[in-house]
Design a protein around this ligand. Structure first.
Ligand code: 13P
Length: 252
């Protein structure tokens, strides 16, 4: 059985005091949560402070991005070793905002995935189609291309350790959530791709989160789908109550 995993992607929001307060609030509420993995991914400048606030709790720490080189003259970038040093367990890679606003390619993401795994981090690799791609009937083709490009050259063991987040771009920050059927179709297809490229055991091991306007009032329906193993939450992860309301959705 795959253990459900709910992660908050705080994106470029909050200041230090509010990030720490949110982390402390979540750490406290998480005491009552069992059988679910939880993580928060604050802006990199607050990783240290938030890491201290969640230390020893059921809330793990994740970063929103990293660079594929180990060290050196890469102004503004952050290495896997630095994330490990701060206590990160996860790193989001290939988020749609990095793909579409900051121009990251599948090849860039692929390099990062290899380095993150080699560094002992668990990548949360994001894939997702644009609205025009969905309307043109190209959703599954786009997801397959992103999967093959972003995850090229990995062994089955490595893929089994990944988290994949399906985030349809048109559902991110728009309030327009994918229906449970739309999301389940893509999650099931992702598992078919993994079974094709590797085997059924790997396909059944990988956790696949859904992301895109997940809120407490739509989470339960999404999370009850057989191939949806959790959520990557943006806006609703910025408040203790709404994040924990989503986690409560796992209870049915
Ligand atoms: P929202 O939940 O704000 O739509 O963002 C989703 C997301 O991009 C999480 O990574």
């Amino acid at each position: 059985m795959r253990r459900p995993f709910i992660a908050g992607n705080w994106k470029m929001n909050l200041d230090r005091a509010s990030a720490v307060a949110l982390a402390e609030g979540l750490a406290k509420q998480a005491e009552a949560v069992d059988d679910v993995d939880l993580a928060v991914c604050p802006p990199s400048v607050y990783l240290d402070a938030v890491g201290k606030a969640v230390a020893g709790s059921k809330v793990a720490l994740g970063a929103q991005n990293m660079y594929h080189e180990a060290e050196g003259a890469f102004t503004g970038e952050i290495s896997a070793a630095m994330l490990n040093d701060l206590g990160c367990r996860y790193v989001i890679l290939g988020h749609s905002e990095r793909r579409h606003v900051l121009g990251e390619t599948d090849a860039d993401i692929n390099k990062k995935v290899h380095v993150a795994l080699a560094g002992g981090l668990t990548p949360i690799v994001c894939v997702g189609e644009l609205l025009e791609e969905r309307e043109a009937g190209k959703t599954l083709e786009v997801i397959r291309t992103q999967f093959d490009g972003s995850l090229a050259g990995l062994s089955g063991d490595q893929v089994a350790r990944l988290v994949i987040a399906y985030e349809p771009v048109w559902a991110i920050g728009t309030g327009k959530v994918a229906t449970p059927e739309q999301a389940e179709e893509v999650h099931l297809d992702l598992r078919k791709i993994i079974a094709d490229r590797y085997n059924e055991e790997v396909a059944q091991a990988v956790r696949i989160q859904y992301g895109g306007s997940v809120k407490p009032d739509n989470a339960a329906e999404l999370l009850q789908q057989p191939n949806i193993d959790g959520a990557l939450v943006g806006g609703a992860s910025l408040k203790v109550d709404s994040f924990m309301g989503i986690v409560a959705g796992l209870g049915g």
